[in-house]
Design a protein around this ligand. Structure first.
Ligand SMILES: *[C@@H]1O[C@H](CO)[C@@H](O)[C@H](O)[C@H]1NC(C)=O
Ligand SMILES: *[C@@H]1O[C@H](CO)[C@@H](O)[C@H](O)[C@H]1NC(C)=O
Ligand SMILES: *[C@@H]1O[C@H](CO)[C@@H](O)[C@H](O)[C@H]1NC(C)=O
Length: 394
């Protein structure tokens, strides 16, 4: 005892007491947050559907609201879809699936490369040996128009004070339960986000933004791409009863889930990671600040040198814009085969028009595609139903 002064004993007492308190805290928050080991995920996912209903976190006596299905604009201020004005076939199909799913969409016209005056072309920058040229055989490339169409949406968000918008292409497909899928994703980002900067899960609870306020971009319709290989620690698995099985996934997605995330099955599980290098702009959301950052970095102020989706991937890998990516993605492309599948890819454009159109279409990555369910949605059999309904005529 003579070795310790009175002050030393005090310090020891405080240390012991705080260790006990800390241990208690971590035990409570560990069970409170329902933290999972990877091996538990499959088991937990089996009753994912009841979990979704009864889920609750509890930090220091506060409980977040329960997850609920997203609204008609999927909890964003607007859903905007890009479509070349002449693709009325795709616009008709989108009207049908949007009404079947209860979604409200607004169309923005696609832009062709030659609609952009030479003086308005962004300076070519970056791209290295692959430096992209705006022209091919003396004609502007479609890529210039694709960039402009997206830049028009970004500018619209800035000018009209749109706090968040979800941007999709006119050939998307999604699950019949898209509102639940996006409502769950929103809940994870806002109320259960353990990979957020500052490690403060509760921060999103008080934020006014649906999906939390800490992102520029959300990728939920990528057609490829990887998470940051140096930061695989930043990932979050969560149960979703509508997540497709591995056998329904496109190869790149299957590989990502099995090789990178070591999953043996993906049904009922989704993974959230910070966005790193997404491919395709089939379904992505932006916050207003995200729109401002993209317009600044990509063509609205600074120049660029690659197709717009590659540019976004590069700026995101650099870290000058950031957000989250959902896997398997909730939005995917619907393919009918032939030249109808693209309005800018030279290879696809060279093919014939498939005369069966949507009737012959298909998609991957979904458990229950709204496009393939459409026939059922409109099913009717009037005369057969009336067979038993014979009235007396005399
Ligand atoms: C919250 O996130 C953790 C992973 O960080 C996950 O294990 C848990 O299931 C999630 N909670 C709910 C209710 O989805
Ligand atoms: C859906 O929710 C978002 C975010 O709260 C809101 O901005 C938007 O106006 C809502 N959409 C509809 C159609 O109510
Ligand atoms: C997946 O498994 C490999 C090999 O066992 C391991 O090195 C890696 O850390 C695992 N990844 C995750 C995200 O657990």
């Amino acid at each position: 005892m003579s070795l310790l002064t009175t002050q030393g004993i005090r310090v020891l007492q405080v240390l012991v007491a705080s260790t006990i308190i800390l241990t208690l805290f971590f035990t409570v928050s560990h069970f409170g947050s329902g933290a999972l080991k990877d091996s538990d995920i499959i088991n937990r996912a089996k009753d994912a559907s009841s979990h979704f209903q009864s889920s609750s976190l509890n930090f220091g006596g506060r409980t977040p609201p329960k997850p609920k299905p997203a609204n008609a604009t999927l909890d964003f201020q607007e859903i905007i879809y890009l479509s070349m004005p002449y693709r009325t076939d795709r616009q008709d199909a989108l009207s049908l699936i949007a009404s079947a799913a209860g979604l409200k969409l607004t169309m923005f016209p696609g832009v062709s490369g030659d609609a952009i005056h030479e003086k308005a072309r962004p300076p070519l920058l970056g791209g290295g040996d692959n430096l992209y040229d705006w022209e091919h055989d003396g004609k502007p490339k479609p890529a210039l128009g694709i960039w402009r169409a997206h830049a028009n949406v970004w500018k619209y968000m800035i000018d009209n004070d749109i706090q968040s918008a979800f941007i999709i292409e006119d050939d998307v497909d999604f699950d019949v339960n898209v509102k639940e899928i996006m409502g769950n994703f929103r809940w994870q980002l806002q109320y259960n986000n353990t990979i957020r900067w500052g490690e403060d899960v509760e921060k999103g609870w008080d934020e006014e933004c649906a999906y939390g306020c800490d992102w520029d971009e959300l990728f939920v319709g990528q057609c490829g791409g990887k998470p940051n290989p140096d930061r695989l620690d930043l990932h979050q698995f969560y149960p979703d009863p509508h997540s497709p099985a591995l056998s329904d996934l496109a190869d790149w997605n299957k590989k990502l889930l099995t090789k990178t995330w070591n999953l043996t099955e993906s049904s009922n599980i989704r993974v959230i990671t910070p966005t790193w290098q997404p491919i395709c702009l089939m379904g992505y959301a932006l916050s207003r600040m995200g729109a401002m950052r993209l317009l600044y970095h990509i063509g609205g102020w600074r120049g660029f040198g690659l197709p717009v989706d590659n540019e976004i991937a590069m700026r995101t890998a650099e870290g000058v814009v950031s957000g989250y990516t959902l896997n398997p993605p909730a939005f995917t492309s619907w393919r009918v085969g032939g030249s109808q599948d693209s309005d800018n890819d030279a290879g696809m454009l060279a093919q014939k028009v498939n005369t069966k159109g949507n009737m012959d279409g298909k998609s991957q990555n979904l458990k229950s595609s709204i496009r393939t369910s459409l026939a059922k949605f409109f099913e009717k059999s009037y005369w057969k139903d009336m067979e038993e309904e014979v009235r007396n005529v005399d």
